[in-house]
Design a protein around this ligand. Structure first.
Ligand code: NAD
Ligand code: UD1
Length: 330
């Protein structure tokens, strides 16, 4: 089985490639390195002791992508490639619509042309907007608050329409909650350029004295301690969800939440991080970040039932592994 992994050198993609290789899949990675580095490839090889084919290609250039479909006999696709920074998407919406939509349409057209019908797509809990209640189930109403989220929802709609028009397609939409953590080896993880937007990358920068203080965005939410609650999931549990999605016997169009089902507040995460890593995180309470919601956590019952999804890493693992990666790579 040969799997084309778009965005396979990125944070979640690289962990998934490791799982696929360990499970005996052949892997072809396509990535334009807009948010990743080529040395991830050698790290993947070091961890798995297996070979992987890599093409530096922009999915927006259809004729370049066509060469891969001509050359490689692809059986299925996992589509991670995309831009993902919420704030940047508000400032540069056209860049987000162009990159995320054109790349996906090119990919889907080529899949149809070359008779490749199985695809797993990276969506996000962001498509639930402000949920009506908790936990969040897959059939909740969908809405978005920023161009990044809208590209995810638009792609979900494109996939749904495509399936209606051609039910040879076998489509899995995975809605990720908040992936953190890193590979146990300390070789793969997340280290965004510039000042991080997301909580864990910010915490590790404070822990390593790269930033002086964590701003906690509001302590007046209707939550356990007033700070925002999210469903943090170890990236290795999330990545294995993609292997399960490929192995799933159920065909058609399927949608699954990938989260742990547990909510953790900002301050709870900070305290766990301090405790397991024996390090102090300076923080200050600041005003709410625009667009943030009180709480967001999944029901993962459907993924557990239908995929055999079984997240095994704890919050302590997530804190230990995130810190271990950053210490190894700075
Ligand atoms: P990432 O930025 O680390 O990985 C994405 C990869 O896609 C990068 O390596 C980038 O170089 C590549 N890429 C982007 N545009 C491309 C193009 N046009 N052609 C070829 N390659 C391109 O992000 P990630 O955290 O690994 O996320 C993977 C996917 O999961 C993304 O689609 C993201 O929107 C989605 N997602 C991520 C999160 C999260 O918190 N990390 C949450 C929900 C959904
Ligand atoms: C963010 C994105 C969301 C995306 C998700 C996964 C926004 C508004 N939302 O979600 O679209 O799908 O990442 O990539 O960016 N926090 C702080 N201080 C910080 C950073 C965060 O207090 O410096 C708080 C936030 O208010 C929130 C929690 O930490 O309560 C988690 O934030 P973050 O890691 O940015 O993830 P989300 O907001 O859930």
């Amino acid at each position: 089985m040969k799997v084309l992994v778009t965005g396979g050198l990125g944070f979640i993609g690289s962990h998934t490639v490791v799982d696929l290789l360990n499970e005996g899949y052949e892997v072809v990675i396509v990535d334009n390195l807009v948010n990743s580095k080529e040395d991830v490839l050698s790290k993947i090889k070091k961890i798995t002791n297996k070979d992987v084919t890599f093409y530096k290609i922009d999915l927006c250039l259809k004729e370049d992508l066509r060469k891969i479909f001509e050359k490689e006999k692809i059986d299925s696709v996992i589509h991670f490639a995309g831009l993902k920074a919420v704030g940047e998407s508000v400032e540069k919406p056209l860049m987000y619509y162009e990159n995320n939509l054109i790349s996906t349409i090119n990919l889907l057209e080529l899949m149809q042309e070359y008779g490749v019908y199985k695809i797993v797509f990276s969506s996000s809990a962001t498509v639930y907007g402000n949920p009506k209640s908790l936990p969040i189930y897959e059939d909740f109403p969908l809405s978005t608050t920023n161009p990044y989220g809208t590209t995810k929802l638009m792609i979900e709609n494109i996939l749904t329409d495509l399936y209606k028009s051609d039910n040879k397609f076998d489509i899995t939409i995975l809605r990720y909650f908040n992936p953190i953590g890193a590979h146990k080896s300390g070789l793969l993880g997340e280290d965004p350029n510039g000042i991080p937007n997301n909580l864990m990358p910010y915490i590790v920068r404070v822990a390593t004295s790269k930033l002086p203080v964590l701003n906690v965005f509001g302590n007046d939410y209707n939550t356990v301690d007033g700070t925002g609650v999210r469903d943090y999931i170890h990236v290795c549990d999330l990545s294995y969800g993609h292997v399960l999605a490929l192995k799933n016997k159920k065909t058609g169009l399927k949608i699954y939440n990938l989260g742990t089902g547990k909510g953790t507040s900002v301050l709870e995460l900070v305290k766990r991080f301090e405790s397991v890593n024996h390090v102090k995180i300076n923080y200050q309470i600041t005003k709410r970040r625009e667009g943030d919601i009180d709480s967001c956590y999944a029901s993962n019952e459907k993924a557990v039932r239908e995929l055999g999804f079984n997240p095994k890493y704890t919050l302590d693992d997530m804190c230990l592994d995130s810190y271990n990666f950053i210490k190894n790579n700075n």
